[in-house]
Design a protein around this ligand. Sequence first.
Ligand code: PSU
Ligand code: MN
Length: 319
Amino acid sequence: MTEPSATPAAGSGPLRLSPEVADALAAGAPVVALESTIIAHGLPRPRNLQVARELEEAVRAGGAVPATIAVLDGVPHIGLDKDGLERIAEDRSLRKLGFRELAPAVAGRASGATTVSGTAFLAARAGIRVFATGGLGGVHRDWTTSQDESADLGLLARTRITVVCAGVKSILDVPATLERLETLGVAVLGYRTGEFPGFYLTGSGQPVGWTVQDAAEVAAMMQAQDALGGPESALVVANPVPPAEQLDPALHDRVLAEALAAADRAGVRGQAITPFLLAHLTEHTRGASLEANLAAVRGNVRLAAEIAGRWADLRSGRG
Ligand code: PSU
Ligand code: MN
């Protein structure tokens, strides 16, 4: 027996769309997906709840509807209500769910925050085309021994979604991650920059092949992707944190080296490594890395709302 409130929108299977998101999608209005792992596992409490609310507000201010995504009691939610948002910020038992964890979580009635791979998959299933996050996961610096590479990359190679991010987290091997994105056939655009952003830092020192100047150009590329057909790959829009809001590069390099050494000493591996490194940086930069991270996410959310707007215009023939 399915309770009436659990009745999914047509074609969405087990997904539960919030009424606001369902209405916006039905009307062809702009929607921006937001991930929940950054809230549950990437930011310190209680600031994380404030941030979750602020990001949703920023999407609205940009004229789009926010869809924060998480799995609660086995139900993938596309758009959270007030209680849902509080739960992902406050419940310490939430798991971290990448794409491959979604089926076990649904069948096991588990609750968890979704990573870029989990969020991108669910957003695309719900019909959402634009997604904002902080930094993508990628190839870890000790890849040759650990083989640790985020599932984000492989999932983006087979999911038609536009992800706005500040590059990949600088705790990673950035050049190796860019090589992997090339191998996987995922397009990377620099937003008003020819340099791939460095997450906490404005630049990573790595070039990007394509630069766009505004949201309409991104929407035109999304349309070209669909017109070309082929594998359902993503489009990565890499949007740098403004120079005035970046983390001091010397502080970044020093504290990151300490964080990597601390993770090694503590034997932290697998899913725990990214949250460990982010928390270490926040603590040992006395919050400066957190401010840079938030500045990056805010900028990405604003840009994603604009792209979603231009995309909706194109699809309605207004573009
Ligand atoms: N961006 C942030 N903070 C985060 C993340 C992204 O600013 O915490 C999360 C995303 O959910 C991303 C995940 O998918 O980190 C990568 O984790 P892993 O390296 O274990 O795949
Ligand atoms: Mn990993």
